[in-house]
Unconditional design. Structure first.
Length: 112
């Protein structure tokens, strides 16, 4: 199985979370299509892991988005993540920046 890894500087995510999210969405919708399976931060880089979609015959895709989840507080992370899940977003990965916890979320086909 092929795997694709996309590194994104965390400073870029913080500066323009919408553009970084759209970059991942464009990468996933190329032919052949891909889906994000997870990711994590090492140093100042967020590593995004993608695998090929096995069956996407209906043409629907998950949508991916970086967003600030909550302040760095271990009590708030599960509450904030659960609230996002109730709103239809699956938390794929978390990372810290300064005093905040950020997340990569999926929504839609295969994402929730």
């Amino acid at each position: 199985m092929i795997q694709k890894i996309i590194p994104i500087p965390i400073n870029d995510i913080i500066a323009d979370e919408k553009e970084c999210s759209e970059m991942l969405n464009r990468a996933c919708r190329r032919s052949p299509s891909w889906h994000i399976t997870g990711g994590g931060a090492i140093g100042k880089i967020f590593w995004t892991l993608l695998e090929p979609c096995q069956n996407n015959s209906d043409g629907t895709f998950a949508s991916y988005r970086f967003a600030k989840l909550c302040p760095c507080n271990t009590d708030e992370v599960p509450v904030a993540s659960s609230a996002r899940w109730c709103a239809g977003f699956t938390t794929l990965a978390l990372f810290e920046n300064a005093n905040d916890v950020w997340a990569l979320f999926a929504c839609g086909a295969g994402g929730s």
